[in-house]
Design a protein around this ligand. Sequence first.
Ligand SMILES: Nc1ncnc2c1ncn2[C@@H]1O[C@H](COP(=O)(O)OP(=O)(O)O)[C@@H](O)[C@H]1O
Ligand SMILES: [Mg+2]
Length: 455
Amino acid sequence: MSLKPALPLRPRPARALLALLAVSLVLGLAWLASSQWQSSSSRSALERLRADANRLHHLDALLLQLLDAESSVRGYLLSGNPVYLGPYQDGGLRVAETLATLRADDWRDAAQRAKLAELAQRVDRKLAVLASAVQTGVSPGIDAPEGGPGKQTMDDIRRIIGELRGDTLAEIDQSLIASFARFGNARELNLLLGAGILVLLLALVVALYRQGLLREKLAAMLHSENERLQAEVEQRTTELSSLATYLTNAREQEQARLARELHDELGALMTAAKLDAGWIARKLPADVMAPLRERFDRLLDTLNQGIAIKRKVVNDLRPPLLADLGLVEALRSLADSAAIGDREGRIELELPEEAPDLPPDTALALFRIAQEALTNVRRHAKATHATLALRVEPGALVLRIADNGIGFDPARLGRARHGLAGIAHRVQMLSGRLQVTSAPGKGTVIEARIPRTRT
Ligand SMILES: Nc1ncnc2c1ncn2[C@@H]1O[C@H](COP(=O)(O)OP(=O)(O)O)[C@@H](O)[C@H]1O
Ligand SMILES: [Mg+2]
């Protein structure tokens, strides 16, 4: 089984999305700036128009005020009644004010400024002519063919005001034309920007939608890949665990066979040799036997040692009491044969009175677990006290080996440790649960809980 190649990762959509967002942002900002510019330029155009309209109004007012003054003086000259002079007397002041307002206006064109100066001059002259007429009682040069200085000045004033009006109207026309052009441009620009932003938004929505689809697809792929890997891991674990089970059983069978052969074959041979030696010793005359006695005793001793070693090896290979007397007695013998390491302390037993009725493979597994755990206590724990307990609970058997030794960190075990792994596997074979509780300096508790429904 081989792993599939890594899924192709595509950072492109995220980058495209960012670019789209950036362009939309730029367009949005441009739209904002353009509308800002439009409103400010429209405002200044309107202000300009208002100023021009004011100017027209003031030019007209000036002419009207002068005509008023003129007709007022004319009425006085004709009637001699000073009541007619009222408008002329007020008019002089108003004319000065209107002129001042016109002067204060913002005349950008030099020619227009010159015309305004000329107008002021003519107005002064007209007022002077009117003043002298009021004083003398006659209008100077009124009989002259060209109408006298009063008429000429008034004609000039009319002409200049007419020209200034014409200029101002032309300015108004120009600024209206420019405004219309600007409005037209702005409308096109707005249309363009708006359409651009709409298109980008659409593209953004499509990109997001596609990214969502892609993400869903990736998630589905990852999910199925995960499931495949999980199934593979499960299958491997099952294979390994069945291999371990096979090896454990094979070892037990091999050990049992070896024990049987040692016991039956080697045991029979050595017993026969011992019997034969005894027979020879009894048959030989005492004087022949005397010089051989020392050697002969050594031979018997050696044979006895051989038989003892054979028994120990057989016992180690196959727990002797397990088959005959059951688990409880086998566990008792395990504890009896074992002081804890170099120390004085021994193992305390907490075993049930009645041996539970167990299938042989369960009993053997529990015995091996206790054997390995006690070996660890002796080899590693440096404990002064240990307990080996078997509890029979309603649904389970609980085997517990505890010591007060140096303890260890179960999370930091090396790989080459097979004793605890073997214990765990045997517990798993019995569908049980193993709990290893230990910490440096805190002793160790190993508890295997085996369900009894199997028994
Ligand atoms: N009762 C115990 N007290 C202290 N340390 C222990 C005990 N049991 C196991 N250990 C620690 O856990 C390690 C792993 O144990 P084990 O798997 O049986 O391997 P091994 O006995 O071959 O070292 C031991 O090397 C030891 O450091
Ligand atoms: Mg060990």
